[in-house]
Design a protein around this ligand. Structure first.
Ligand code: CMC
Length: 432
């Protein structure tokens, strides 16, 4: 017999089914709660709410576990590439050799961006944030690449997926080049996904870019670590917007907008800005920590804390290792790394952070990795977005493939005034 729980409500006992995940985590299915009792649940920020069942990513915030399709992220970071991990997330299993070759060739074939899109880039004000531009341009892709009338629904989605993964990377490099007033560098068929990106970013006619495999590897790991994170803010945005049956481009564009926020993907930029301010302002560690703890000061230790992880974020550990290896390989002595290491030490010894389970998250060291790769600070969140694309797509597809995919439509508890009469303007009392 399937498991249930009993809820005593208004003197009546209601039986609700329990859903158990493959790792033993449990949820009370409240799908019929309102119908049976008239009540809804209230959970601001959805910290206790499962919005779906999903077979893509497993996280355990207490133990610091993260797996994509069952494979620990540590193994993928060590042995996989971003392109292979993207395939895994989107298709549900690691590719065979021919499948991987085919996927890589498809990504190469779709890597060019319509030339007219460059005109858009040229006309954004120079100070525009790249995340705002990316969100707009991803949405614009739909106009440039409408669904072919002859394709089946599955073919149309597959081609859109390939276009997105391939073109978003080209578009990101293109926006950087245009923002600097440089000639756009096109993707090269002889380079793989990550090497191509670095080349499109940094090659120029008078200073050809030399591809360093150590940098390419670091970028692969950076993107693997960001590839999915179950029902986080931007992924929930993608699923929510997609649940209205809007096209994939528009849904991903919503994800990019959500990711822009400093509490989410924007934290990687915020961390570097914080470390730089400490470096340049000469604030002592004690002052920084005291400010982060002060409830009257809006300052927070960026790159610390997580809604789900109540121990060290497993991605942060790998990112720190990548950071150390990269700086050693490139012989770069980044003073911000010294500050980050010291800040982490102070925070982890402070009762405030310990008692609230606040540990470094993926963003604490990722900015230093990106600096070592030569990525400008205002493009950090774009780098996160490219990495998160496979996750957004996989989650959107999972929804779209589910025959019971429902329109997301939460309810609320109304706290405004009771019914009120409309007062003509001449009769309204003056208000302060
Ligand atoms: N610095 C100082 N205090 C903090 C911090 C921080 N970074 N994070 C949480 N707290 C405190 C918070 O003030 C609260 O204290 P109190 O109980 O006294 O009111 C307590 O810890 C719980 O915080 P919360 O805001 O209720 O927790 P949350 O789950 O809503 O927040 C978070 C999660 C990630 C938004 C938050 O930890 C934060 O703002 N961190 C800094 C931003 C950041 O690094 N974001 C990247 C997250 S990882 C990348 C991603 O996956 O998106």
């Amino acid at each position: 017999m399937s498991e249930t729980v009993q809820l005593l409500i208004d003197g009546k006992t209601v039986e609700l089914p329990v859903v158990t995940g493959s790792e033993g985590e449990k949820a009370i299915d409240i799908g019929r709660l309102r119908q049976l009792t008239g009540y809804i649940t209230l959970d601001p920020g959805f910290a206790n709410t499962g919005s779906c069942t999903s077979a893509i990513t497993f996280m355990n915030g207490e133990q610091g576990v993260l797996r994509y399709r069952g494979i620990p992220v540590e193994q993928l970071a060590e042995r996989s590439t971003f392109v292979e991990t993207a395939y895994l997330l989107i298709n549900g299993a690691l590719p065979t050799k021919p499948q991987l070759v085919n996927w890589s060739q498809l990504l190469n074939r779709h890597s060019l961006v319509h030339e007219d899109m460059q005109i858009f880039y040229q006309n954004f004000p120079r100070h525009s944030h790249p995340m705002g531009i990316l969100s707009a341009m991803v949405n614009a892709l739909r106009s440039f690449y409408p669904t072919l009338p002859t394709s089946t629904a599955e073919e149309a989605i597959n081609i859109t997926v390939t276009r997105l993964i391939s073109k978003v990377r080209t578009m990101a490099a293109m926006s950087y080049k245009i923002s600097r007033g440089h000639r756009v560098v096109y993707p090269r068929p002889d380079l793989d996904y990550c090497a191509n990106f670095l080349n499109m970013m940094f090659d120029n006619p008078v200073q050809p870019y030399t591809i360093d495999p150590r940098l390419v590897r670091a970028l692969n790991v950076f993107w693997i670590l960001h590839a999915d994170h179950e029902q986080n803010c931007s992924t929930s945005a993608v699923r929510l917007v997609g649940s209205a049956r809007v096209n994939l481009y528009a849904s991903i564009s919503a994800g990019v907008s959500a990711l822009w926020g400093p509490l989410h993907g924007g934290a990687n930029q915020a961390v570097i800005e914080m470390l730089r301010a400490i470096h340049e302002g000469g604030e002592s560690m004690a002052t920084v920590i005291a400010r982060a703890k002060d409830p009257n000061d809006p300052f927070r230790l960026m790159g610390f804390g997580h809604r789900v992880y109540k121990t060290r974020d497993p991605r942060a550990k790998i990112m720190k290792q990548v950071c150390d290896e990269l700086l050693e390989a490139t012989q770069v002595n980044d003073p911000l790394l010294t500050i980050a290491v010291e800040l982490e030490k102070w925070a982890l010894e402070d009762e405030y952070f310990v008692s609230r389970d606040l540990y470094p998250n993926v963003d604490f060291y990722s900015g230093i990795v990106l600096r070592a790769l030569g990525i400008p600070t205002n493009m950090f969140t774009v780098m996160f977005a490219i990495g998160r694309l496979p996750g957004w797509i996989a989650q959107w597809k999972e929804g779209a493939d589910d025959p019971d995919w429902k329109l997301y439509r939460p309810r609320q508890i109304y706290t405004g005034p009771p019914v009120n009469e409309y007062v003509p303007i001449a009769e309204r009392e003056p208000r302060e």
